[in-house]
Design a protein around this ligand. Structure first.
Ligand SMILES: Cc1cc2nc3c(=O)[nH]c(=O)nc-3n(C[C@H](O)[C@H](O)[C@H](O)COP(=O)(O)O)c2cc1C
Length: 195
């Protein structure tokens, strides 16, 4: 008999937002881990994210199509970013750029991810990754404070050696820690249809 404990993520629809950070490649590991825990993973990539990792990679590990073009509406009966926002049990953005954090904070919606954010009523978990000076800039910190006040959860960034050559805060939090935080948020969270 199996003694494996079922993850609170099992059966949950997780919209995984991926933005244009060098750490975008780690989103493939994150998507794969979430799927292995039984979650349905729906990747959404910004144009910036696609400079670092291909949608094909994310699609292959998530087993769902990748949304990245706000203007490509394949189903005439629905608006894709609205339908996906309504389906989400969790909006997880990893890695989140300074740009996406700013757009979320200010309600700007120029692409699929930021438009979906404004429609979405699911819990939001943000895992930033950026150069330490970007993270510590007063503008970024004010935007983070706005999103925290809105009830969104943050994990990281962590200290360490960064791809840009700086040593300091700014690295994406380790995938295992992001997954654990997502699990914590999903315990007792009402399903998407009840929000
Ligand atoms: C090589 C390279 C690495 C970058 N890494 C980051 C990063 O880790 N975090 C970040 O906030 N921006 C980073 N940027 C800048 C973003 O890609 C840029 O702000 C972009 O407009 C973000 O778009 P998006 O948020 O829509 O993905 C990087 C840019 C380049 C060229």
């Amino acid at each position: 008999m199996s003694t494996a404990v079922r993850s609170p993520l099992a059966g949950k629809n997780i919209v995984l937002g991926i933005a244009g950070s060098i750490a975008a490649y780690k989103a493939a590991d994150l998507a794969s881990t979430l799927r292995q825990l039984g979650a349905e993973v729906w990747p959404v990539m910004t144009d910036g994210a696609k400079r670092f990792v291909t949608p094909l990679t994310l699609q292959a590990v998530a087993h769902h199509p990748v949304a990245h073009d706000l203007w490509s509406e394949e189903d005439a009966g629905t608006v894709a970013h609205v339908a996906l926002a309504d389906r989400a049990d969790l909006l997880l953005v990893a890695p989140a750029t300074a740009n996406v954090i700013a757009q979320f904070a200010h309600g700007l919606a120029p692409d699929f991810l930021t438009s979906l954010y404004l429609v979405c009523r699911a819990p939001v978990l943000i895992a930033p990754a950026m150069n330490g000076k970007m993270w510590q800039h007063a503008a970024t910190q004010a935007n983070v404070a706005t999103l925290r006040q809105r009830g969104h959860a943050f994990i990281g960034p962590e200290d360490g050696m960064q791809a840009c050559g700086y040593e300091g805060v700014g690295r994406l939090w380790p995938v295992a820690g992001i997954v654990a935080e997502a699990e914590r948020l999903m315990v007792g969270s009402p399903p998407a249809g009840m929000r």
